[in-house]
Design a protein around this ligand. Structure first.
Ligand code: EPU
Length: 355
């Protein structure tokens, strides 16, 4: 087993660059190393925190247990039909490199998800999505380790209960299963997905057929323009989810704010998704700094570590934004980033504030 370390600063292991410590820390590269690490935690009654790229977590406090950095690698592929190919990637594979790898093999479907930070194992946890594609559209199966029994299990797409930035792994199975690998069904011939307005606009002047490579290049360009590179400026991507409002609530809000942008929420009865970035910007937060944390000046949905932010700075800014958006629009923002320790009731932060 690679070396177990003690009292480790987690700053290099979370993309926010927050300095909190882990009582124990281990990087695992094989299933056997992972199993040994899990046994160690169980034998010592330690809570466990699994980290991949650490790009979607807000580490609020020192972690009293064992942090396991997942570094299992390996990619395999099996042809299903002449067109469809099943590709399985281990959870520690770097997401963007995996997307590039599939594109280079002529396998399409993941190109809209280029440049999302983090590792493959995090993709099903929060059903990553961008530019018109959610990863649930491509995942066929997830292989997991059951922590209690030690059994290795296969979970179908349906068993993962995917929803907008959500899955069973963030809900009832939180802390119970560890994602080992993820299988995707990709296509050699599928037409690019240009359903996202900003992507279609950016490709509108392209002559000839739009290819998966064009989509990949354009998504990378849009993201590089709008989103801060966590290696340069600490952040965890979108900090909040885009709220989904009932048709009735949306109509009321739109009446009061006619410029309110919105998008259809697929699979719902007339619900509308409203950009949290718009609400935050309108409430005056874009570019604002509080302590060392700030709202990114080019994308109001992203909180950045502007100047040696502490976890308290980020939490304080997030709470101030939630409160302000709620009092201005009556809309309760819910964090998209995973707070560790876990928030007991992420949808009820406003309820707690309003009391
Ligand atoms: N907008 C503003 N102000 C801003 C930025 C955006 O008013 O500062 C408004 C505009 O009306 C714009 C709309 O918000 O049209 C949508 O903005 P954008 O296309 O940048 O997307 P988003 O809704 O802010 C979501 C995802 C991103 C994903 C993009 C593109 C969530 C929580 N976020 O952001 O995902 O990259 O769409 O598909 O759904 C992430 O999850 O970490 C993430 C970055």
């Amino acid at each position: 087993m690679s070396a177990m370390r003690e009292h480790i600063d987690l700053k290099p292991y979370n993309s926010f660059g927050l300095s909190v410590s882990a009582r124990y820390f281990i990087r695992v590269q094989t299933l056997e190393e992972l199993q040994e690490a899990v046994s160690f935690a169980k034998a010592n009654s330690l809570p466990m925190l699994l980290l991949g790229g650490g790009s979607n977590v807000l580490l609020r406090d020192d972690f009293p247990g064992l942090v396991i950095q997942m570094a299992l690698t390996g990619i395999t592929q099996t042809a299903r039909t002449q067109d469809k190919v099943c590709v399985t990637a281990a959870s520690g594979e770097h997401w963007h490199s995996f997307v590039e790898h599939c594109l280079a093999l002529g396998l399409h479907g993941l190109e809209n998800l280029a440049l999302i930070p983090g590792c493959v194992g995090a993709a099903p946890m929060q059903n990553i999505g961008a530019y018109g594609v959610e990863v649930k559209d491509l995942i066929t199966e997830v292989q997991v380790l059951d922590i209690a029994s030690g059994a290795i299990e296969r979970m179908s797409n349906a068993q993962c209960a995917f929803a907008y930035r959500d899955s069973v792994f963030k809900g009832p199975l939180r802390g119970k299963k560890i994602v080992l690998d993820v299988s995707f069904e990709l296509s050699r011939s599928a037409a690019p997905n240009l359903s996202y307005g900003a992507l279609a606009d950016a490709l509108a002047d392209k002559e000839g057929v739009v290819t998966a490579q064009d989509v990949f290049d354009t998504v990378c360009a849009i993201r590089r323009e709008k989103l801060p590179d966590p290696r340069v400026l600490g952040n965890a991507g979108s900090f909040f989810k885009n709220p989904v409002l009932s048709a009735e609530d949306f109509a009321k809000l739109q009446q009061a704010h006619p410029a309110l942008p919105s998008f259809a929420a697929p699979g719902t009865a007339g619900e509308r998704k409203v950009p949290a970035a718009w609400l935050i910007e309108q409430a005056g937060w874009k570019g604002k700094q509080q302590g060392g944390a700030a709202v990114y000046e080019k994308q109001a949905l992203v909180i950045v570590n502007r100047d040696h932010a502490t976890a308290e700075d980020v939490v304080g800014l997030a709470m101030a934004i939630i409160e302000s958006v709620y009092s201005r629009f009556g809309v309760a923002l819910e964090p998209e980033v995973q707070w560790i320790p876990v928030l007991e009731n992420p949808t009820n932060i406003v309820g707690q504030l309003a009391r």
